[in-house]
Write a protein that binds this ligand. Structure first.
Ligand code: 5GP
Ligand code: MG
Length: 473
């Protein structure tokens, strides 16, 4: 399988009132999900009312939401949207979403967040279909279309496709007079349902609740793992749901959504990301407290855990202060997506700047959410020492990441992972830390509050077995 297919994106769908335009709601919903993908953005719309439905087209472009969708518009009171995050190599307009598929003289539009692991098998099965993109989302769309051509009911075709797709997928589909939301049976990626309290009958779905907040919708519930949720227009809005758990899989929420990926103000899988992150910091402190003068976060990703760490210290009468210590230039893009290590190192210097008065002569506990390659933390330790730090102790609110993610988080080559084949002491020496401690796996599970988690990037043990990936007949 092509390594460049991995994606972790943001999706949004809305079924709005008759005679309204929902473009701006999708726009602001996607804007709130911008952290889930900055590479491209797109919106597809349809006009749906008592007279029927009409697809109104699609707009998409490269870049963040205000760049990609500036001066663009699609009519319609139903629509879906997508922000894409992928790695270099597969970054192109063809791979941007939503994708439109034509079948049986009908058009449906689809947006996908996740990563399927049996694309090769499915492509083989769909021998006739030509693929315009290298994205696995197109494979899903074509598989659904493949079944739809054979004349069945659309939702039945979707269920059939779910039986064959293995991996992580949250989908929003704009089909006829419906917005259909689908979550894979493992529930890897989050997907929530919201409603407009002011305009009865308006329903939306989004990767995270921060998108609901952005448009003033309230959180109803999550789309359950294996669920197909439908909001359709039929003399007013009708909502229905059917659950289809293909493999009776164990629920395996991605733990990295809590650690890093989701926004701290979101609620996913019924848990507040902020509360979970703060709890991670507290547990981290309880497991690996070290005597120091200040606790500082690596902004922004380490902030909530650092607050939790400092709170634990206060609760346990430890003399320690929370300090910003490192200032972030918020206009710099994410370090991670730069193509090579040299560029990443250069960019970090412009991204984070230490405040000398906070650092000089201090014993520092530096908190980050995760160490992947070790680039960020190694450089930061050097920067802090250059500014006079007496000691630098590293505490990390995610256990060592050792394995690549097959299910949509951008962790490409395990060879680059600093924890892959090194002990914690070896890593500490390599990054130049006075001490290094990661949260334990039990601590992480306790903070998240459920054992229904995927942490294959820590253990290498996937919740989807090899046998299941070959299940397709
Ligand atoms: P490293 O420098 O060790 O390779 O990366 C660790 C840093 O990258 C941490 O500060 C963490 O917040 C951030 N990080 C971890 N995973 C991801 C990701 O998937 N995308 C981006 N943009 N940053 C990440
Ligand atoms: Mg970070």
């Amino acid at each position: 399988m092509n390594e460049n297919l991995k994606e972790a994106c943001g999706i949004f769908g809305i079924a709005g009132k008759e005679n309204t335009n929902i473009y701006s709601k999708i726009y602001y919903g996607l804007f709130a999900l911008q952290h889930r993908g900055q590479e491209s953005a797109g919106i597809a719309g349809a006009m749906v009312n008592a007279n029927g439905f009409k697809q109104k087209g699609i707009v998409k472009d490269m870049g963040i939401v205000p760049e990609a969708l500036r001066n663009k518009f699609v009519e319609g009171n139903f629509g879906i949207g997508h922000v894409r995050y992928s790695t270099t190599g597969s970054s192109s307009i063809e791979n941007s979403q939503p994708i439109q598929i034509k079948c049986n003289d009908e058009i449906f539009a689809i947006a996908h967040n996740g990563n399927i692991v049996n694309t090769a098998e499915i492509k083989q099965k769909l021998r006739v279909a030509t693929f315009l993109t290298t994205s696995d989302s197109e494979v899903i769309a074509n598989l659904i279309a493949h079944h739809y051509v054979s004349g069945k009911n659309f939702l039945e075709c979707l269920k059939q496709a779910m039986k064959e797709i293995v991996g992580s997928y949250c989908l929003v589909i704009l089909y006829q007079n419906k917005i259909i939301a689908v979550r894979d049976p493992n529930g890897f990626r989050p997907l929530v349902i919201g409603k407009n309290e002011d305009e009865e009958g308006e329903i939306c779905v989004a990767s995270e609740t921060c998108a609901l907040d952005a448009i003033g919708f309230s959180y109803m519930r999550d789309v359950e793992p294996g669920e197909i949720f439908v909001a359709e227009y039929a003399k007013g809005m009708k909502i229905s749901s059917s659950t289809y758990s293909v493999l009776k899989d164990k629920i395996s929420y991605c733990m990295f959504e809590y650690v890093y990926f989701a926004r701290a103000d979101s609620v996913i899988n019924n848990a507040s990301v902020y509360q979970v992150r703060k709890e991670m910091g507290k547990i981290l402190a309880s497991e690996s407290y070290v005597d120091a003068d200040i606790v500082i976060p690596v902004p922004d990703s380490g902030i909530t855990a650092a607050i939790g760490y400092a709170e634990w210290c206060i609760e346990h009468s430890k003399r320690i202060c929370y300090s910003e210590g490192l200032m972030k230039n918020r206009y710099v893009g994410r370090t991670f997506i730069l193509p090579n290590q040299a560029d990443r190192e250069k960019e970090l210097c412009t991204k984070l700047n230490p405040i000398k008065t906070e650092i000089d002569g201090k014993r520092i506990v530096l908190i980050d959410d995760s160490i992947v390659r070790g680039t960020t933390i190694k450089r930061l330790i050097k920067i802090l020492r250059d500014k006079g730090a007496k000691e630098v102790h590293i505490r990390v609110s995610c256990p060592p990441i050792k394995f690549t993610c097959k299910f949509g988080i951008d962790m490409q080559t395990a060879k680059e992972f600093i924890a892959r084949d090194k002990s914690i002491d070896e890593i500490a020496a390599l990054i130049g830390a006075d001490s290094l401690q990661y949260i334990s796996r039990d601590g992480l599970v306790k903070a998240i509050g459920t054992e229904n988690l995927c942490y294959a990037c820590l253990t290498g043990i996937s919740p989807v077995t090899e046998k299941q990936t070959k299940l397709i007949e």
